[in-house]
Design a protein around this ligand. Structure first.
Ligand SMILES: *Cc1c(COP(=O)(O)O)cnc(C)c1O
Length: 384
């Protein structure tokens, strides 16, 4: 019996490497494998030149200058570096930070860590559509607020936050502003100047680049914005992030950014079209809730709760056929509802009967039709 692999609709979790990215990385594993910090021989120079070029590519994709990019192992590390690094650098000025209830764990967990170390965090609620209410942000800003961190695009519901407005508000109050753009890079245009942020977290593996590489953008100014390093060692990355630079990953990151930007316009239109086709098919069944704002959202993300459906039955029905994420973490014996869906007002039962469809470069119209067929059949069977 032929084995049919499930349809991959989990592009918000991670993406496969683009073959062109692997091609670009290859030489830096073997014949050009020097340490970019080795400045005494050809191998080091080759690696350093590749890192320099990659840094320029990544920086220019977000309209930044090369020296504003600090390479890290990904967005988790970039978020930890900025949140803890700012807290440590500015604690004399204030010990209050503001973030949002729907942030990724890589923002929420460092914030909770800071709470155990004398800092106070305000977790802003979101509106029913997942957007931050700016009227709630204003009163949350205090004399002792040192950082506001709001994600550019949500990983579960795709919602795009009004970063420009948030950063303007922060700037008028002299408060630093950070955005986690792990889901946004390569999917929507990102311009750090226009967005007006002081810090931005990036990662490569959500845009067909390698896992384990990302970066933190830090707005350049004199004197530089203070940031206390969280990894100490050889002093790489302006002493802000020590550790031998992984040349192949950095080269791959840049190639992934280049490819994503080449096709950003056409791909976002294509994915948004497929997303709407999927939604319209599901909507016809009735008793479905679309989670998150309809238009202020990532082109490839659709999050749907199937009302009145048993979550476990839904999971079983798609098991082995469609690879995607649900609205509850089933890793533990007792499934925890998604904190994002809870913030939108979903109940535990609704969270369990929620699916996140993550469409990406490999997604075809035929796959969307198959997905609809599988789901419609399964749901009709469950509903009897
Ligand atoms: C994936 C993701 C992260 C974590 O990024 P890593 O590079 O895997 O550490 C952080 N924030 C958001 C919004 C993400 O989607």
């Amino acid at each position: 019996m032929p084995v049919t692999k499930p349809i991959y609709l989990d592009h918000q979790a991670t993406t496969p490497l683009d073959p062109d990215v692997l091609t670009a990385m290859w030489p830096y594993f073997i014949e050009k494998a020097g340490n970019p910090s080795s400045q005494g021989h050809l191998y080091g120079w080759e690696a350093a030149a590749a890192v320099k070029k990659a840094r320029e590519t990544i920086a220019s994709a977000i309209n930044a200058s090369p020296e504003s990019i600090i390479f890290t192992s990904g967005a988790t590390e970039a978020n930890n570096l900025v949140i803890k690094g700012i807290a440590e650098a500015y604690f004399a000025k204030g010990r209050h930070l503001v973030t949002v209830q729907t942030e990724h764990a890589a923002v929420l967990a460092p914030c909770r860590y800071l709470e155990q170390h004398g800092f106070e965090i305000t977790y802003l609620p979101v509106q029913a559509d997942g957007l931050v209410d700016l009227d709630q942000l204003t009163p949350a800003l205090r004399e002792d607020t040192i950082l506001v961190s709001v994600m550019a695009a949500n990983n579960e519901i795709g919602v795009l936050q009004p970063i420009e407005k948030i950063s303007a508000l922060c700037q008028s109050r002299g408060i630093l502003c950070h955005t986690d753009a792990a889901q946004a890079l390569g999917k929507i245009p990102l311009d750090v100047q226009a967005l007006g942020v002081d810090f931005m977290s990036l990662t490569a593996h959500k845009l067909y680049g390698p896992k384990g590489i990302g970066g933190l953008y830090r707005k350049p100014q004199t004197p530089p914005l203070k940031l206390i390093p969280q990894l100490h060692g050889g002093g790489q990355e302006q002493n802000l992030r020590s550790g031998t630079l992984p040349t192949p990953q950095i080269v791959g990151f840049a190639q992934a950014v280049t490819l994503a930007h080449q096709s950003l316009d056409t791909e976002s239109v294509r994915l948004a079209g497929l997303r709407e086709k999927l939604w319209q098919g599901l909507e016809k069944m009735g008793d479905v809730i679309r989670n998150g704002h309809r238009t202020e959202t990532l082109p490839g993300c659709l999050n749907v709760s199937f009302w009145g459906l048993d979550g476990a039955q839904l999971q079983t029905a798609i098991q082995g056929k469609i690879a995607l994420s649900s609205g509850s973490a089933c890793s533990s014996a007792k499934p925890e509802p998604s904190h994002v869906l809870v913030a939108l007002g979903r109940t535990l039962a609704e969270c369990r009967a929620t699916l996140r469809f993550g469409l990406g470069r490999s997604t075809t119209e035929a796959e969307i039709e198959q997905t609809l067929e599988i789901l419609i059949k399964a749901i009709q069977r469950i509903r009897g």
